[in-house]
Design a protein. Sequence first.
Length: 202
Amino acid sequence: MKNKLSIVIYNFGAAILLSLWGTILLSWPILLVMMIAQRTNKLIHLSLFGALKNYSQLMSYLINPVSDKLQMSDLQSSLNGLIHFKDCKNLFSIALMLGCIWLFIFLYFEIWKKKKIVSLPHSYTICLLLLPLIVVPFSMGNFTNLFILFHRAMFTNNNWLFNPDTDPIILILTEEFFAACSATFLLIYELYFVRLLIKKGR
């Protein structure tokens, strides 16, 4: 039972981490599509390329452990904005550390020990597959409330409430952008367990 629980925890964690980093990688094309559709880059007086360049500088700061200063070419940041991005960077650092641990566990068991850990009993896979769908009906009509709830749970201050005049980056990071990223996260998570079900069915 203990071994089975460990494998369940490993696969749940792997699904979350893969979803997170997959969403981060896909956030660039998502942002591009959103800016084309909403023309939000015009609000910050930048071309699509210019807006993506500044977003890349922000993301480089957030996900690069050795980067200690946020500097966007064309967009300013307030003190509260910088504090919030620092808080975000700390969360990304934790996710990166956990990702390295999960990868080491995978290599140790799957490659060296030749023991399958990316595998679950059918019932467990179904439960983990359906787990996030509990919030879908709520989030579809109340994404704003879900967004607020998430930030209140993850951060101990209100620095995430950006003022567009002092932190113009928020003008391209719209609610629709975050909703699309959330949907991408959910899709990758679901695909992880769908893949396990397909493998089990063979």
